[in-house]
Design a protein around this ligand. Structure first.
Ligand SMILES: NC(=O)c1ccc[n+]([C@@H]2O[C@H](COP(=O)([O-])OP(=O)(O)OC[C@H]3O[C@@H](n4cnc5c(N)ncnc54)[C@H](OP(=O)(O)O)[C@@H]3O)[C@@H](O)[C@H]2O)c1
Length: 249
């Protein structure tokens, strides 16, 4: 498929990294140098943003939400399909500003650069199959029934890498606090996260916890400390807070 990416920031970069292996890319951005850099890295062509004709194209919108109005004003024509990754930007707002035969909201994450994004999708059902296939090329995608679902997914999958980074960094710091070298702590935590992904795919988290925690043992002591620190409650509230922002509350 031919995909036009509008924007040349962190997410445009991450998505191009995954998509380039399966699709032909075109980069449209106000910053020509940044867009040409993406062309050099991932192949594809560059076109300037001003007056860009989206007619019959598959567009992947990767700009900041606040820039939607000014970017839309620079586009001409009616796209075939508009995919937007803009957090907290409803389909109604997209449709009122950019003409497209079908509009889909996608919420990928930064792991797209490694073909390992968790991506939620919602929008025009007529392109559901195409949308899932497109975003499956950059990881695992899931079609949800509503924009509410997409906004919840934003809190989990879009923001998730930042939350897991916090856990990873805190565990590294914990190792250092007890006397392990920083590099050693880092190697162990990286291996832990790498090994945890297949484990989680195979088993429910509660069973993983039960398998690791023996009576009166080290894990039980650490786990009780996490519960006393309200870590579970904090994560649930973090998802709620991010969901509210995604809804514009
Ligand atoms: N970061 C994440 O983990 C993540 C995850 C899921 C979804 N998202 C969504 O992805 C979108 C992009 O995020 P990002 O992290 O890639 O941000 P970013 O690195 O700051 O990139 C933003 C892009 O928007 C362009 N832009 C901003 N204002 C513009 C304007 N007035 N006219 C034309 N272009 C403009 C920037 O152009 P310049 O380079 O010229 O400034 C840049 O190419 C956001 O809507 C965000 O909600 C982000």
């Amino acid at each position: 498929m031919e995909v036009t990416i509008i924007g040349s920031g962190a997410m445009a970069h991450a998505l191009a990294g995954g998509l380039a292996t399966h699709h032909e890319l075109e980069f449209v951005a106000r910053d020509e140098a940044k867009a040409r850099n993406l062309c050099d890295q991932f192949g594809g062509s560059f076109a300037p943003l001003d007056g860009y004709d989206i007619s019959d194209k598959t567009i992947l919108l990767c700009i900041k939400p606040y820039a939607l109005k000014s970017v839309a004003a620079k586009l001409a024509g009616e796209a075939k399909t508009l995919y937007s990754i803009l957090a907290g930007t409803p389909i109604a707002s997209l449709c009122s500003l950019i003409k497209a035969r079908q509009t889909v909201r996608a919420m990928p994450n930064i792991s797209a650069a490694f073909g390992a994004s968790a991506t939620a999708l919602t929008g025009d059902e007529s392109v559901k199959v195409e949308a899932i296939a497109l975003f499956d090329t950059i990881g695992k995608s899931l079609w949800v029934d509503s924009e509410k679902g997409l906004n919840i997914a934003t809190a989990i999958a879009g923001s998730g890498p930042a939350y897991l980074a916090l856990v990873a960094e805190a565990m590294m710091d914990g190792g250092v606090k007890q006397g392990l070298k920083r590099e050693e702590s880092m190697i162990l935590v990286k291996a832990l996260f790498g090994g945890f992904a297949p484990l989680l795919n195979a088993q429910h988290p509660a069973l993983i916890k039960d398998a690791v925690m023996s009576p009166g043992g080290t894990t039980a002591a650490g786990y009780a400390t996490l519960e006393a620190g309200k870590v579970r409650d904090s994560f649930i509230k973090a998802i709620e807070a991010a969901f509210k922002v995604a809804q514009g509350i």
